[in-house]
Design a binder for this molecule. Structure first.
Ligand SMILES: [Fe+2]
Length: 291
């Protein structure tokens, strides 16, 4: 069957596009699913979660049951997320605790472990292709005293809007040399080689669209040609627009964003001195079930 993300398959694209625009979630309230025990989802809860993911590649769950890293892993397992992308600063279970680290020389050099804003990105954009991050979850154990909201956008919608505006944008952003992350440490302090690759790619096995992107302006080298420059500018403009497809969410304790690695950012925040912000982050090489 023709893949809608193939620029030569205009019919398949238009069919997919029509369906996507009808089903995509445009109200942040609709993104939220209340669940009882994350470790033991009911069939209805599971279906409600996965339905949002099918429509918009993401869902926000909300539960009054507190969970730890192991509980989070159990939640993810029920939704088809098995293969964690572990790194050496992550905890034993391969889940990273994101909190402000003022006294940890290694971590405090990396933005996630500060209270600063993080620009639009998908996770693991510096990973090699064999460790492509297809899904991730951000679970809120403690929210900030003030700020720290996330904005999210389905990367398939970003693709759709760029392709509608000009298919050349997609062509440029699908080039294997579109975006290079120079060799250095990653955000977790792990030394890594330079990674050159496309922004948009399609999975060989599942035909799913993957996006690799960061809006950061340092430690990134875009291909130096007019087509790439125009495409990157169009994407930046899209992410700065007031689109009904860009949702702002404030995660409260017990809530989490579960997604097929959609575009997201983070606002700066101020911690409550007694209860600092704490998020658990898990990254997976798998996509969510049935999406
Ligand atoms: Fe992220």
């Amino acid at each position: 069957m023709a893949n809608p993300f193939d620029l030569d398959s205009q019919d398949a694209y238009l069919r997919w596009r029509g369906h996507k625009l009808v089903s995509a979630i445009t109200s942040p309230d609709e993104l939220i699913v209340e669940i009882n025990d994350p470790c033991q989802l009911t069939a209805a809860e599971k279906e409600a979660l996965l339905l949002r993911c099918r429509r918009s590649n993401m869902v926000i769950y909300a539960s009054n049951t507190r969970i730890d890293e192991q509980g989070l892993q159990r939640l993810c397992l029920q939704l088809g997320l098995v293969r964690l992308d572990a790194n050496w600063l992550a905890g034993e279970q391969g889940i990273t605790r994101i909190t402000v680290c003022n006294n940890d020389g290694q971590r405090q050099a990396y933005i996630p472990y500060t209270d600063r804003a993080i620009r639009w990105h998908t996770d693991g954009y510096y990973n090699p292709p064999e460790r492509q991050i297809r899904a991730m979850v951000l679970h809120c154990a403690q929210n900030a005293g003030r700020g720290g909201e996330n904005r999210v956008m389905d990367h398939e919608i970003a693709y759709l809007m760029l392709r509608d505006a000009n298919p050349d944008y997609i062509r440029a952003l699908s080039a294997p040399d579109a975006m290079t992350i120079p060799a250095r440490d990653d955000e977790n302090g792990v030394a890594r080689a330079a990674q050159t690759g496309p922004v948009f790619s399609v999975g060989q096995a599942n035909g799913a669209l993957h996006m690799r992107y960061t809006a950061r302006t340092r430690s990134i080298e875009w291909k130096q040609d007019d087509a790439t420059r125009a495409a990157v500018a169009a994407l930046e403009q899209l992410l700065a627009s007031a689109s009904p497809h860009i949702h702002q969410v404030q995660l409260e304790p017990g809530m989490g964003l579960l997604c097929n690695n959609v575009l997201h950012d983070r606002a700066a925040f101020t911690d409550d001195a007694i209860r600092p912000r704490l998020l658990y982050r898990a990254r997976y090489l798998d996509r969510l079930t049935t999406t």
